[in-house]
Design a binder for this molecule. Sequence first.
Ligand SMILES: Cc1cc2nc3c(=O)[nH]c(=O)nc-3n(C[C@H](O)[C@H](O)[C@H](O)COP(=O)(O)OP(=O)(O)OC[C@H]3O[C@@H](n4cnc5c(N)ncnc54)[C@H](O)[C@@H]3O)c2cc1C
Length: 436
Amino acid sequence: MKRAVVMGGSYAGLFAARVLSDFAEEVVVLEPDDIGGDGSGSRVPQRRQLHALLAQGHSQLERWFPGVTAELVADGARMGEGDDVRFYVDGRLKAPADGQRMLGASRPLLDAGVRRRVGALPNVRIVRAQARGLVLDGGRVRGVTTAEGEVVDAGFAVDATGRSSRLGHWLEDAGWERAPVGRMRIDLGYATASFRRGDELGTTVIAHSTPGPQSDYQPGLTEPGALAAVEGDRWSVVLAGYADHRPGTDPADFLARMRRCVEPLRTVADVCEMTGEVDAFRFTESVRRDYARLGRLPGGLAVVGDALASVNPVYGQGLTLAALQANSLAAHLRSGAAWHEPAWGYFRRAEVVVDAAWQLSTTADLAQPHVTGPYPPGYRLLRWAGDRLTEASVLDSAVNTTYTNVLNLIEHPRALTRPALLLRAARVLLASGGRV
Ligand SMILES: Cc1cc2nc3c(=O)[nH]c(=O)nc-3n(C[C@H](O)[C@H](O)[C@H](O)COP(=O)(O)OP(=O)(O)OC[C@H]3O[C@@H](n4cnc5c(N)ncnc54)[C@H](O)[C@@H]3O)c2cc1C
């Protein structure tokens, strides 16, 4: 492949560029925002919100950029293991899960670390430009046009332009089909604030609180929220809420909610000084674009990151999905498939990953009283079994290890249906006097 173009230079675009650097003589990343330096010129609005990197996302980060964790830690990120990572359901600390490891870093620090490594690749150029369309000829991609009036010739193009991708319009305008879209309206509100960090929480790096079956997923027992130790000796604290319970930007309200959350967030609210403002974000719906279901597609085209699927952020899947899609792209290109043919092999692999994340997030979202569907077949049974497993995962390390591996996208959700796991969960619940 002579030249590949990646449209969008955020997390997913940078991973795609890293993969393509192994297959193309040259990779050009088109990114309209000033993402150099600390990335403060980026207009990706959610970059100011706390981003958790799931364990699988962290493994993939190291896979594609070996040694980057040490660089991030040298820049002030914190690596949490074992007890440093604390998950609470309905206000109860969950049983420890084996191999629990999570990185505490802000999204700008993470992006800067990845960008530094991609920028250092000899055959990758990051160019300040905005993609405006595809040049399609003979059923395949021949290049990308930019808003700056240029045509960048390329045999392979990747759409990594995020949730507001225009690719569907570009394809339709050129006589191709637009991908079918799946949606789930969730009406989520997010708010993040920073606090000065001392030694008030010992070695804690991550604390995460979610409502569960005991509160019927309503924030009654405890508020949903999380904190992470990040660079600059700060705690980054995020609070979430749905519909009428969305958090706003009022610092007093933010602190009051933290005091209704689990112990680590209460302590930070009481002891630490809030620095800067509360930043709020509204996320109305999860969206996926199912390119694998199209009847035809131009050759030499792939779609990654939020442009392919953007799911409820409370499950922290977005960055990990982007990395797993990069793996799918690498596997497709390595499979011997002709890169100028339609990338069905890529889209089918990526679909497996998106399906798993979508199933996890939407099944959990349907537990919210204001979320009205669409319901998957057998939802009642799924919900019933899911609630029992959640209860058992609070009490038992073995159940929680599999449960956590699934949430971390290390194991496929079908791991939760293994008879041995279900049997163990039933025993744990019976022994605790709980419902089975
Ligand atoms: C509130 C919130 C909290 C989140 N928390 C987490 C979390 O804890 N953990 C997690 O893993 N994920 C989280 N996510 C999801 C995560 O932010 C996204 O999945 C991730 O940003 C997707 O990366 P991306 O590169 O696909 O898209 P984006 O990061 O949105 O980047 C798209 C890029 O494309 C560029 N672009 C746009 N149009 C063009 C064009 N025409 N030409 C060229 N470039 C273009 C933009 O400038 C931008 O740089 C969260 C999301 C939200 C909304």
